[in-house]
Each structure stands twice: as C-alpha cells, then as structure tokens.
Design a binder for this molecule. Sequence first.
Ligand code: WT7
Length: 591
Amino acid sequence: MTWTTIRKRPAGDPPPNLPDYAAARANFTWAAARAELEGLPGGGLNIACEAVDRQVHAGRGAAIALRWLGKTGERREFSYAELATLSDRFAALLRQLGIGKGERVCALLGRIPELYITALGTLKAGAVFCPLFSAFGPEPVRVRLHKSDARLLVTTTTLYARKVQAQRAELPALAHVLLTDLDAAETPPAATQSFQHLLDSAPTCGITLDTRAEDNALLHFTSGTTGSPKGAVHVHEAVVAHRLSGRLALDLRPGDIYWCTADPGWVTGMSYGIIAPLVNGATLVVDEAEFDARRWYSILEQERVNIWYTAPTAIRMLMKVGAEAAQGHDFSALRLMASVGEPLNPEAVVWGQETFGQPFHDTWWQTETGAIMIANTRSQDVRPGSMGRPLPGIDAAIVRRLPGGGIAVLDIDQPGELALRCGWPSQFRGYLHDAARYQECFVDGWYLSGDLASRDADGYFWFLGRADDVIKTSGHLIGPFEVENALLEHPAVAEAGMIGKPDAFAGNIIKAFVALRPGFTPSDALRKELIGFARTRLGPAVAPRELEFMADLPKTRSGKIMRRLLRARELGLAPGDVSGLESDDAEQAES
Ligand code: WT7
C-alpha cells in the first residue's frame, strides 16, 4: 500500500524529537543515552529516582505527575514532589517490614493511585515489582504469586477475598498482604494490614537509594506455548531504553499530557503507563474506568491529551461506535497517536487520519524487549499495516533457524522470524527459575522473538503472525497451557486444546476443543458448564469464549495436541495444508 501521511496539524506543533532517522541511527550510542540520566551518587541507577526524584531535583516538583480520573467522576492530582514523598514512604515501609533487596512485591490492583505509589516505592526500596492483571481469576493469580515467591502483595479487600484468601495457605512466602481500601476505623481481615495506615506511619524523611544498573527491578509474567507462565526479569538499566523510546517513538517532552490506555497489570502499562512518561517529565492521565467510547473522546478533549498510546482492539471498538461519537470534539491538542500489542490493521490507521487528522502510529515490542524496538514515528510517513522501523540503537533482522544450529539472516521481503541483536538496555535478563527457556531465546548473539515478519526494501517491518501457539486476545497474550490445564481439572474433560479464532474486534478470541471422558456426552448445558468452570478459575480475560466437543483431538505420535490442525480445521483450510505447522508437527501430520 503506497500512502502518504497527511497530518492536518496546527503549525504551532513542536518539531519531532526524531527529525532525521538516518542521522540519529548513524550517530547513536547507548553510552550517550545513559549519560542523559541522573544516576545515583556512587554510580548506581534507580528507575523510580529517574522517573520522579529527578524531576524534583530539576525544579519540576510542582508539575503534575499523575492525574487520576475515578470511575465516578472524582479527580485527584499528584505532583512530582508528592509522588516522590509517597514512594519514599512506601520504600521505607517495605524496609520496616523486612522486605529485602531483590525480593518480589506484587500488586493486584485496578488503575488506582496506590498502584503507582507501590510500583515506584518498590523500585526505590530495591525490591522487584511484579504487577498482576486484576481481571485474572484465582488460578493465574496463585500461579504467579507462587512462581514469583512474592513476599508482599498490595490489593483491595474485594480482590483479596475473591482471588487470594482461599489460597493463602499455598503461598508460604507471602508474608504480608496490604489492603488499599480499608477505612481508618476498620479492622483488617485476618493476616492483612491497612496500606494507608502503614503508609501514614512510615517515616517521612527520604530513604537512601542503593540500586545498581544491573539489579533486578521488574518482573513481568508472559506466556509460551508450553509450560506455566514465564517471569521475565528486567533490571534498573532498562530505564535508559524507556527514556529514549519515550522521547523518540512517543515524542514525549516535559509538560506533555500523556494517556496510555494499557492496564498496568501488563508490561505496556508499566513501561509506558508509568516509567517512560515520568522519566520524560510528562503528566500521566490515568482513567480508572473500563473502555467507553464517549468517555474516551471526552478525556482526549477535556484533558487536552497531547500523546495517546493505545491498542488495536480499543481503536476497532471506537471505529465500531461510529464517527458521530467523535464529531464535535476538539482533538487539536493531540500531537501523536500510537498503538501497540497486536496487528494494527491498515483500515484503523487510515480511520485515525480521517477522524483525528493523523494516522495511528504502530509500534512493536514484547514483554522480553522491555521497551519499544520498532516504530512508526512522527517524522516518517506511516506505512499502514507496517510496524515501522527499528529505533536508533536497535538492530532488527528477519532470520531463519538452521537445522544444525545457528541462524541465517534473510533477504528483504522474505518471511522469517523477527530477531534483535542483543545489547539494548531493557533486554530481559532471564526467566525467573527457568534458565533453559531463557537460553532457547538466543542464537549467535541474537534474541529470537517468536514473531514471524518480513522487512521491505526501505527497512519497514511487517508482522505476519506468531511462530508458536500463544494467542493475542484483546491485546493480552494468553498461553494454551493455563487454559487447557484449567479445563482438564473438570471431571468430564479428557483432552483439551486451545486456539485463537480470528475476531473482528479482539483480533482473536479463545476457542477450546474438548474431548470428553467415557460416560459424558456433549450437550449445550455441558458446554456452558465448562466455559463457566474455566471463567471461575481463570477470569473472563483468559477463559475460552467458545468451546466445541470432539471425539478425539489430533495429536502427534508423542501425544502433543496439534493446535495448528485444530486451527486449520476451524478456518476451513484443507486438513492436508500444514504449511503453517511447526516442522515437527508437520512431519508428524504427514506421517
Ligand atoms: C507480542 C508481545 C508490545 C508490548 C505489550 C505486549 C504482539 C506486539 C505488535 C504489533 C503485531 C504485535 C507480537 C509480540 N505484538 N506489538 N505492533 N503488531 N503484533 O507484550 O504481551 O509480550 O506481547 O505482541 O506477537 O510478540 P507481550
């Protein structure tokens, strides 16, 4: 698709932060990017210090760091100075409770101010922050609390009662649970404490920060085809990439009003919902409410949002509501609209231009990369359907794994696996307790992403699909293992296989195929029961939306469920068409 970006933007817009792509790449060094940070006395580095304290040191303490819009119309604002003090106090509180360096602190919270205080305070204390998606059911929550050996959890009374309390005995490492919504007079439920009470009684004087660049800072769970979720570990040095990508890809600058619609339970909500905008001195707009097209348009208008980072599913939902809802709003403050997390269809890019006077700018990255790697930026023409070009400092290529080990870098327009040359600061440093799975991601100094893509002659990358069986649904990455395991716990289920079924809004929905045990017969009632059973365990964001019974599930000789055959069947492809199968699946299927 040849297409020239027409930006109907006011002449007063500041020039882009990345005016000359080729020159910025040619002159780039990570050392120079690192030198832009303040650092700690003695050579250390701390993400929260760069995000908050640094702005105070630069005389921007009174600027608004966080503007919170409550579900029911409340507004609360926190200046950088206030956020610095509150995060200091949370760090002091952690030290008083004996949470040591590198120990994990989890948050199971919606988008409320306490989440931001917890995240930044944990980083200041030198502990590792691990956000959990509040729409997860009890099972994904238990698995992640367990696998992270969480020592402390911050959550609400309701989320605790629904998702954690019954499993507390299985989590011996979890020494403290802090509830954010207790009234001063209320007695906390057994084995919990009041977040507010502890924060109020924590020392107000600053704490000494003593983290090094290579100390662990963040833990984000993500999924693969097999096994339980993987905990990707990131270090404080990641902030070098957060700052740089926020500035170059999202065009952030001090004083910007910035809205990232991603939930902080996932990596986007952390890297670009908290760190990158604060490090660049912006004001975060945080909306507690769920998606609502009319509400979103008024937030963009009334808060005078300059930079908006959102996701394809949300954009498609806005498109569905229709253009009238957008009409009559003044979006003139919007300088850049960007998207991430799943393929952004060309129609959505073009719709952005028609509705807002500028296209959506697609960006690509992953939990493992920690920061944006590939982007369409303000100064370049957007190619609708393309993810853009690698940022300065990032080397990306399309490769093929060679049977005897090693990789071959492929030519332009050849489909292959998207790979990144190792060495960028926000690269994950391991999967927690899973060294072997970590090693498998690297070949000859390249990180292999598991995404299939191609690169055109001008260096733009085009997404083709996943090389594995994980599924993107509404932008959330779901692994088959958790879903299939939950179904297998039901007494009627003998075998379960999950696929992504293409959906016009969510990208994919999760569809499960189930073979029943002897003595059970397929029925509508049983189908509903199984879906309900999975929802109770997994939560609505992870549970299958559709379920189909089969006499037997297709398996390899070694007994692996062949999800790709299930998918081919669902999409009406010929059963013999196994072109998209992993090589061992394909061999098995042919045999
Ligand atoms: C996977 C990573 C991106 C950070 C938040 C999610 C898919 C990401 C795009 C894009 C097509 C995309 C890939 C990737 N993805 N961005 N612009 N176009 N697909 O991180 O949960 O680790 O998911 O999201 O498949 O591997 P994540």
